[in-house]
Design a protein around this ligand. Structure first.
Ligand code: C2E
Ligand code: CA
Ligand code: CA
Length: 270
């Protein structure tokens, strides 16, 4: 209304946001066909010998005008409109293809959205990605968040069990950030727990106690424990003390383009 400038300003801001979202969605629908997606790979190391045992595939969208758009800015949108299913298929196929060119037993870890489980095609997608690439199943790790186990749990558990049966490893990602992390550990025998970066970054007594408890829990459940987001030597020393089994973070390796993986693996410290 005239004279209510503050209201008008607020609404205009909302419009802009909505408009930008609509534009992003239109662009996102075309991004696959236009080959605008890329994968980066971030190494994770086994703390028993500090050697790289695998890489997590991280999605990048190279927008023709806006440049690289980080996943946090488009994945939730892709989940809302269902595009994540097709995008996720591309990620799985591409990640397996890349990993098939890596030496030895190096693993690739792939993030899978809860929506991909609901689509009911995940098992087929994984099996065809493995078959087409020739990658053996034990070199593929699937990372899921607690969100995947929120509803339709029986279906999700069946799919996870089927994946495990063909040899794929299953990790619980972002552990500790959800609503009832502990109860999920009881529902499925995960191979690995990835402790969220927030527990590593905050060096206070509480996060340290949580780190210690989760690492102990993982050990007794026979699960590996990855500390995520390790950026400093101090943090690395701390997670060693707390008996984490794996590390992933900027300190031990940033996400890198696919063509740099081979070089990383032949570094003298590897
Ligand atoms: P995530 O699965 O927890 O992946 C780790 C994120 O932490 C990555 O951000 C990585 O670049 C970042 N990171 C790694 N080490 C450090 C560190 O030492 N310090 C800091 N500050 N950050 C670190 P990125 O690549 O922006 O991905 C964000 C999130 O987007 C991922 O979190 C994941 O939830 C999602 N995502 C990425 N790729 C995919 C995908 O292909 N499919 C799905 N569904 N989600 C994806
Ligand atoms: Ca992840
Ligand atoms: Ca994570």
């Amino acid at each position: 209304r005239a004279g209510r400038g503050r209201y008008r300003l607020f609404e205009t801001g909302m419009d802009d946001l909505l408009q930008r979202r609509r534009e992003t969605e239109i662009d996102l629908r075309r991004a696959l066909a236009l080959k605008q997606f890329e994968l980066n790979f971030q190494p994770f190391l086994d703390l028993s010998d500090d050697r790289c045992i695998g890489f997590e595939a991280l999605l990048r969208w190279k927008h023709p005008v806006r440049g690289y758009i980080p996943p946090l800015e488009f994945i939730s949108l892709a989940e809302e409109n269902g595009l994540i299913v097709k995008i996720g298929e591309w990620v799985l196929r591409t990640a397996c293809q890349e990993a098939a060119t890596w030496p030895g037993e190096i693993i690739v870890a792939v993030n899978v959205s809860p929506i991909q489980f609901k689509a009911d095609t995940l098992l087929d997608t994984v099996m065809s990605a493995l078959k087409r690439s020739g990658l053996s199943a034990h070199r593929l790790e699937i990372e899921i968040t607690e969100g995947a186990l929120l509803d339709d749990t029986d279906n999700v558990l069946r799919t996870l069990a089927a994946l495990r049966d063909i040899g794929v490893k299953i990790s619980m990602d972002d552990f500790g950030t959800g609503y009832s992390s502990l109860s999920y550990l009881q529902k499925f025998p995960f191979n690995k727990i990835k402790i969220d970066r927030s527990f590593i970054a905050n060096a206070n007594a509480d996060s340290e106690a949580i780190l210690r408890a989760v690492a102990g829990l993982g050990a007794s459940l026979g699960m590996a424990i990855t500390a995520e987001g390790v950026e400093t030597a101090e943090q690395l020393a701390r997670i060693r003390d707390e008996r984490c089994t794996h590390v992933q973070g900027y300190l031990t390796g940033r996400p890198m383009a696919a063509h740099l993986v081979a070089d990383f693996l032949t570094r003298p410290d590897q």
